[in-house]
Every structure is written in structure tokens, then in C-alpha cells.
Design a binder for this molecule. Structure first.
Ligand code: BES
Ligand code: MN
Ligand code: ZN
Length: 504
């Protein structure tokens, strides 16, 4: 985690080891770059004219020896076409800038990219997205490598953002603090999700949640063990846990920052610390990625840390059902019929559709908090990845305006969702001849039948379901947790908190 600050001022006056300024396509200097060009008697213009920097989005060029300025060097960053410059472009340019500096011995820099205007985007968002992009650009999970590599000898530690002079510096400082809290929550989420499944079990996940109360004493964390869950009748959750020697946990985190009688927002996160598929065993290829099947849980824990850190004046409850899904002599079998906490019976036709089994009991448990609304986040279906790829998370909701609010928050935070239907037409696919429902609905519309299944347990409150199977982690060369949908839900909660704190 880096240190961030804000100030206003002219680019040529910044004493820094590196000044970051933007160039639009084609070779059009931003205001800060133009100022540097003027005081340096055309130094930057000469470089762009020679064709070293066209301004293509994400291109970088480090320049030494720019005359008449206080900074030791200047990093030019391509911003793309000026009329296309938006939040994703700012994020891309900022990421590229930081990556260019991180391994170059620059421990501190001053960025003028935050000065750029983006139509319809508040300055607060520019600061927030810049902080998140920079922390993400330098993030690595190397706690389990004996020698972290490549090890930047003198890594980037501090970034100063220049604010357009007309904006209040105080507001900007508040935005930075807010952004840093969100960023540290995302950091926690990524670290938890990236942990290997031998080190991240339901028990250790619960320990991580409990640890939050050390830094945030106002937070309460309660962990329900197997016997408590048996007493509550959470047989769907417990059925999944049966095949593993790891005991299941239900982690309940409460941040009561609002009035005691305000109905809370309840966040539920799927916490399968490893999903082998169970007796309906998954194929071997890429099975290691099923350590990420607790990414929803990691997101809820990260979000609770954010609301606690920011002391948001709202009530938020996090519920994490956590199990390991393994095959064993004691494991649940295809054909088993179990009675969920809601009383509804479920025929397990595929033990690999385990997420909905643990979620349905957690969603029933959520009722006891008399929630204002419930949002669950879950790496629920491979079908959602097929439908939407890895760009938006899948959104389902039984409440139109809640869905709209989440779509908006997704756009504002560059952590987008795409709504998929939660229509009754899908319900018959879950028909079972022997129980109230089956746990799978066949090959077609797999993300939709999974959501349809969950909707049978969420009739008593406003509810949204996020299928984050395609967005919670990246595959390939950049394999690793993304921290999504923490930025999205943090945005959603902050908006709600602002409404709560401003008089109606
Ligand atoms: N955790 C998986 C979903 C998943 C698969 C997420 C691949 C990301 C990548 C979930 O528990 C699962 O196995 N779902 C099955 C459901 C099927 C058996 C109806 C799936 O998607 O194949
Ligand atoms: Mn599964
Ligand atoms: Zn799963």
C-alpha cells in the first residue's frame, strides 16, 4: 500500500524525482505538459515531433534533463484521443505510468493526470480511481515466495496528486483518505482470495475475520460452528461440508454505524475455500483455480473492513458461509435429498452445484436481521463466464431500483455489472420428482437457473445476486485475484452513507 497526498500547483515548480504528465493523441500536450514545454523552451514538443510519443493510450516515455523545472525527470503518458478520454482511460494511463516507474528507483512522484477533466465524473472519483489503479499496479502476492521477485530495490512509495486549483484541497484530502480505506479493503480481499487452499480454510477465514476486531473494536464478529448450524437446521450448508475434514463455519460480522433501529444492509459472500466438485468431481485442468471459490467471502470481509475503517453511518452485516467441497466416504451424493433451513427440500443432482446450497441457508439466516436489502456475491457458475466473459459481473435482482442503483455504482466505480433475467420462466427447470426442487437446472442458462434457485430463499426482502465467477480473478499470465466486486459495493455503500448523513 502506497502513501498518497494531494496538492495544487504549477508543474514546473514541483520538486520531485518524477513528474507525470499526459499527452493526447496525436501529439497533443495536456495543459501540464504544455506548461512544461513552455518553460523548457520546447523540450517536450521537440520530442513528440520526432515521433517518440504519439499519445497512444498507455504509452510511456521517461525523459531526463528537462531544463528549467524542479523535478528530476518527466514521465510522458499517452492518454489516447482527447474526446474519448474517460474513467477507464484514466485508469489505464495511470496504471501504465506507475508500472513504468515502479522498478526504476523512483520512490516518489507527482502526478498531473488527476488534473484532467472527465465529463460527468466527479473529482472524488478521479482521486479514488487513481489510488485504486496505482495500488493495483504495484500489487503482488509474494508472501509465500522465499525471495520476492522481481524485487524493486527502491519501490515507489509515495504519490502526490495535483488537484485543479479551483477544487477544494480539503475535499480532495478527504477523498484520498476514503480512497485509501477502499484500497486497503481491496488489498485484504485480494490477499485472502490469493491464499492457497491449504492455508485458507473455513477456520482460517474465520480467524481473519475475527482479526478485524483488533483494529476495529466497534465491529462484532461471531463465528457459528457446526453444532450451532445443526441447531439452526442449516442442513444444505452442512451437507456440502460433510465430504471435508475441514469443519464448516458461518462468519457473521456486524458494523452498526447507523441508528440502532435502522434496518441493515446485509452482504453475503460464498466462502467455498476449495471446490473440487465433491463426488461430482471436476476435471483436473485448472482445478487449482477453485481456491478462488471463496472470492465472494473475501470481498465481504474486505467490505466490512472498509465500512469499519470509514465508520460509515449505516448498519452493515456481513455473512460468510464457509466450507470446503470435497469427495469422501462421508460426502453428500447425487440423489441425496436435504432439508434446507427454510424448510424447503432439495434433491442434490450434482454435488458441484454446492454454492447455492451454502448460500440458501445463509440467505435464510439473513432474515433474522430484518434487512433493508441483501446483496450476495458468489463465484457461482461457469455458465456466467460463458455468458458475459470476464468484463461485467452478472447481476440478478428481485427489485428494479436496487438493480439500477448497482448498475450505476458499477459504472461510477469502473467495476461493472450486467443485468440478467430473474424470470419465473426458469423456475420449472428446477423441478424434482422427489423434493421441492433440484439443485441444478440443466445445461441451458446455468447462471439463470442458479439465480432462480436462490430466489426461492429471498422472497422476504429486497435482494440482489452478483455472479462474480468471471470477474473475481484473472487467468493466464496475470493470474490472481482482482478484488472485485469490492469497489462496486464500496461505491454503493458510500452513496447510501452519504444519504444517511445528509439531512433529508
Ligand atoms: N465454483 C463453481 C463455479 C465456477 C466454475 C466458477 C468455473 C468459476 C469458474 C461452482 O460451484 C460450480 O461448480 N458450478 C457448476 C454448476 C453446475 C454443476 C450446475 C458449473 O458452473 O459448472
Ligand atoms: Mn462447484
Ligand atoms: Zn463452487
Amino acid at each position: 500500500m502506497l502513501e498518497f497526498s494531494v496538492k495544487s500547483g504549477a508543474p514546473e515548480k514541483q520538486r520531485s524525482s518524477c513528474l507525470i504528465v499526459g499527452v493526447f493523441e496525436a501529439r497533443k500536450l495536456s495543459d501540464a505538459a504544455l506548461t512544461i514545454d513552455e518553460v523548457s523552451e520546447g523540450h517536450l514538443g521537440a520530442i513528440t515531433r520526432r515521433g517518440d510519443m504519439e499519445g497512444e493510450l498507455g504509452d510511456t516515455l521517461l525523459i531526463h534533463g528537462v531544463p528549467h523545472i524542479q523535478a528530476e525527470r518527466v514521465l510522458l503518458v499517452g492518454l489516447g484521443k482527447e474526446r474519448d478520454f474517460d474513467l477507464p482511460a484514466l485508469i489505464k494511463a495511470t496504471t501504465a505510468a506507475v508500472k513504468a516507474l515502479h522498478y526504476r528507483g523512483t520512490t516518489e512522484c507527482v502526478s498531473h493526470l488527476t488534473e484532467l477533466d472527465i465529463k460527468g465524473v466527479e473529482f472524488e472519483q478521479i482521486i479514488r480511481q487513481s489510488v485504486l489503479a496505482i495500488d493495483a499496479a504495484v500489487y503482488r502476492f509474494d508472501q509465500l515466495k522465499s525471495t520476492p521477485e522481481p524485487s524493486p530495490r527502491r519501490p515507489l512509495r509515495k504519490v502526490t496528486f495535483i488537484t485543479p486549483s479551483r477544487r477544494g484541497l480539503l475535499d480532495a484530502e478527504a477523498s484520498v483518505r476514503e480512497a485509501m480505506a477502499i484500497s486497503s479493503g481491496i488489498h485484504l480481499t485480494k490477499n485472502l482470495a490469493n491464499l492457497p487452499p491449504n492455508l485458507c480454510t473455513p477456520t482460517t477465514l474465520a480467524d481473519h475475520a475475527r482479526k478485524l476486531t483488533e483494529t476495529h473494536p466497534a465491529l462484532t464478529v461471531e463465528v457459528l460452528d457446526q453444532s450451532r448450524m445443526e441447531a439452526l437446521g442449516m442442513n444444505a450448508l452442512l451437507a456440502v461440508a460433510k465430504g471435508s475434514i475441514e469443519p464448516p463455519k458461518l462468519i457473521v460480522m456486524e458494523h452498526m454505524g447507523g441508528n440502532a433501529d435502522d434496518a441493515p444492509i446485509v452482504l453475503v459472500g460464498k466462502g467455498v475455500t476449495f471446490d473440487s466438485g465433491g463426488i461430482s468431481l471436476k476435471p483436473g485442468l485448472d482445478m487449482d483455480q477453485m481456491k478462488y471459490d471463496m472470492a465472494g467471502a473475501a470481498a465481504v470481509i474486505g467490505l466490512i473492513s472498509i465500512v469499519a475503517e470509514l465508520r460509515l453511518p449505516i448498519n452493515v452485516v456481513g455473512i460468510v458461509p464457509s466450507v470446503e467441497n470435497m469427495p469422501d466416504g462421508k460426502a453428500m451424493k447425487p440423489g441425496d435429498i436435504i432439508k434446507s433451513m427454510s424448510g424447503q427440500t432439495i434433491e442434490v443432482l450434482n454435488t458441484d452445484a454446492e454454492g447455492r446450497l451454502i448460500l440458501c441457508d445463509a440467505l435464510t439466516y439473513a432474515k433474522r436481521f430484518k434487512p433493508e436489502l441483501v446483496i450476495d456475491m458468489a463465484t457461482l457458475t461457469g455458465a456466467c463466464v460463458i455468458a458475459l466473459g470476464r468484463v461485467p459481473s452478472g447481476l440478478f435482482s428481485n427489485h428494479k431500483s436496487l438493480a439500477q442503483e448497482l448498475i450505476k455504482a458499477g459504472e461510477a466505480s469502473a467495476d461493472r455489472v450486467w443485468e440478467l433475467p430473474l424470470w419465473d420462466d426458469y423456475q420449472p427447470l428446477l423441478k424434482s420428482n422427489f423434493a421441492d426442487m433440484a439443485n441444478i437446472g440443466g445445461r441451458e442458462g446455468g447462471a439463470l437457473t442458479a439465480a432462480a434457485f436462490l430466489s426461492r430463499f429471498t422472497k422476504d426482502y429486497r435482494w440482489a445476486h452478483l455472479d462474480i465467477a468471471g470477474t473475481a480473478w484473472q487467468t493466464g499470465e496475470n493470474k490472481g485475484a482482482t478484488g472485485r466486486p469490492v469497489a462496486l459495493i464500496a461505491e454503493f455503500l458510500l452513496k447510501r452513507a452519504n444519504k444517511a448523513s445528509s439531512p433529508a
